[in-house]
Design a protein around this ligand. Sequence first.
Ligand SMILES: [Zn+2]
Length: 399
Amino acid sequence: MKRLWLNAHAATMRGGRYSIIEDAALLVEGGRIAWIGPRHEAPGGADETVDLGGTWITPGLIDCHTHAVFGGDRSGEFEMRLQGASYAEIAAAGGGIASTVRATRESSEDELLASAERRLRNLLRDGVTTVEIKSGYGLDLASERKMLRVARRLGERLPLTVRATCLAAHALPSEYAGRPDDYIEHICTELLPALAAEGLVDAVDAFCEHLAFSPAQVERVFQAATALGLPVKLHAEQLSSLGGSSLAARYRALSADHLEYMTEDDVRAMATAGTVAVLLPGAFYLLRETRLPPIDLLRRHGVAMAIASDLNPGTSPALSLRLMLNMACTSFRLTPEEALAGVTLHAARALGLDAELGSLEVGKRADFVAWDIQRPAELAYWLGGDLPKRVVRQGEDVR
Ligand SMILES: [Zn+2]
């Protein structure tokens, strides 16, 4: 079955640029792009033709950093903070990440599935066809397994490609209070090997920060992941400069994420390793941060920049990846073209999927969105709204 899609302009994102084809046609066979180019050069022999109605098409959007599976939410804390309560007061009242860990542990797998599905359907409506989901609110073997199983089930239930990342080294669970090295040891020798053996883990992540884990502790986790043949990623340099992104680069990490406090040495190390810089403007916005990630340095050294929602209940309850494009442009001064590359080709790279996804090129999967817009910059320009006219995954309409 060969289907020819036509009557659309294409921002193919080949090479991380718009790489525009005006009045394009796209031939899809077996869920993959068999041909793409100007309509007047399109090959014959299609079984079916679909008119895209003068829209713009881009690759399906890729949200390469989310914590979309969690119990409860933190809207109550959000309200308390705005009524004057401090972070410390909220934490003392059992709030913060500890409250999400509690709610996640208490939720059944089906409850977590239902709430995460509602969140992901919002992303899907907004043009997302691939999403990464991290564990990290379970912090014990059974609860981390439960979260990762939910991520796998979401990939089966929804027309989305889901990558599951084990983030057991997200925070110290209360059972291990004062014994972080023991918890890291448990992750490396029991938790990670068990979950990897069950086929639940595509990558391993950690949170390198004073209020989480030290570079030495993160390195133990990276060693364990590497021994299991799993790629690594890292939450690094969000609130202080610990050299986490250089550590990630040493382990050839797929990505280092946040990065507000990274140094030029970190940038150099990531450039050499080909580690993607994942920028998370939603958390920057919600925390009202003022320290910007070093965008010019990243550009100058040629580090690929991805943009993600960081969808999580505490610091980025984002249900639109496209809104993050605007925030990346407005807060971080990315160009709309860089921002779009950040949720397509570079996001695919941050998941190790760039051979399959992230641009409209022959041989890649036919995941694309037809947008009701006049030019690609509109994707970063509008704040919210419903812009996708069709969302297509592996050659089939999913919206
Ligand atoms: Zn995160």
